[in-house]
Design a protein around this ligand. Sequence first.
Ligand code: FES
Ligand SMILES: [Fe+2]
Length: 374
Amino acid sequence: MNASLHQLLASYDDRLPLDRASTIPASWYVDAGIAELERQSVFGRSWQVVARTGQLQQPGAFVTAELAGEPLVLVRGNDRQLRAFYNVCRHHAAAVVAEEHGTTSILRCPYHGWSYGLDGCLKGAPEFEGVRDFDRAQNGLVPVRVETWESFVFVTLDPDAAPLPELLGGLASRVASLNPGALHFFERRIYSLNCNWKVFVDNYLDGGYHVPHLHKALNSVLDYKQYTIECEDRYCLQSSPMVASDVDAATSATRTGARAWYFWQYPNFMINVYAGYMDTNLVLPDGVDRCKVVFDFYFADVSEAAAEHNRQSIAVGERVNDEDVGICEAVQRGLHSRAYGAGRLSVRREAGEHLFHRLLARDLQQAAKQSTGT
Ligand code: FES
Ligand SMILES: [Fe+2]
């Protein structure tokens, strides 16, 4: 690791309490070396959501994904076991599965026709007679750790990562108490933003600070003064009592219940719950200055009769997201400015951002230490 990257990492002090802390430095949002370190030590090591269990129910069902630049394939075996593999042919490295999702009885590489069972074992290698010292048993697809929680399929590229339940910590029981299993997937929307992935996460974790200014309609149904922020383990729960409002009919019709629940799990996964509604956000880096956010919308009722209501609800979410996109992109431009280095944090509102920055700094600093052997 080069000296300037060490200097960048040393410029944030993760031991300062919230009332003394600043944000991570602006350079961390614009530096390619930091982005690469994150790819290896954050995305390459944490448990990441890559699919929904509903996509992988039947034997032969598969989904392809990419994590930290690695092509992956997830597949349900005939033994009903869910497995994940690097989607890299052991012959000459082509992607064995080209489709995003589907159902198959065998995984056949499109390049030279090598085929693998749903359990990853090499089944066929055409015209390979006479090849010496070639052990088929050693040439199966390389496995990746996979676990499920609620309706989410997680994988990790790190063979030494702690088991998923340990990393979810208290988040698991708190989300379970809202019974998300009763909701059904309805639609996915993917947004591309011109900002570093951490800008989107920061915006999410500011404890509602921006809501009265940026999201007037949403703000009208939240009791902003009673908004709570709880940080624990590797998650933050932001929650607010809800109030009746006639400011915006669509928001009032689709954002209902006693409370709004906004969960964030380090580093990049959010679960937002209202009565009969959930959306999840997965924030994925796309270079230093760009990210993609995958929104999955779930509803209690996904029947045809409820479709209009559900579409209206998604439109409300989309408007809030549009408001966030504009500000996140403005922040990214500001982070490039010579006028800005880092900012202070609101003790009342921004404990979630503080947790995010400390967890990230620890991951990056640990990776830096390992790379220099100190
Ligand atoms: S690369 Fe897959 S069969 Fe040759
Ligand atoms: Fe927002």
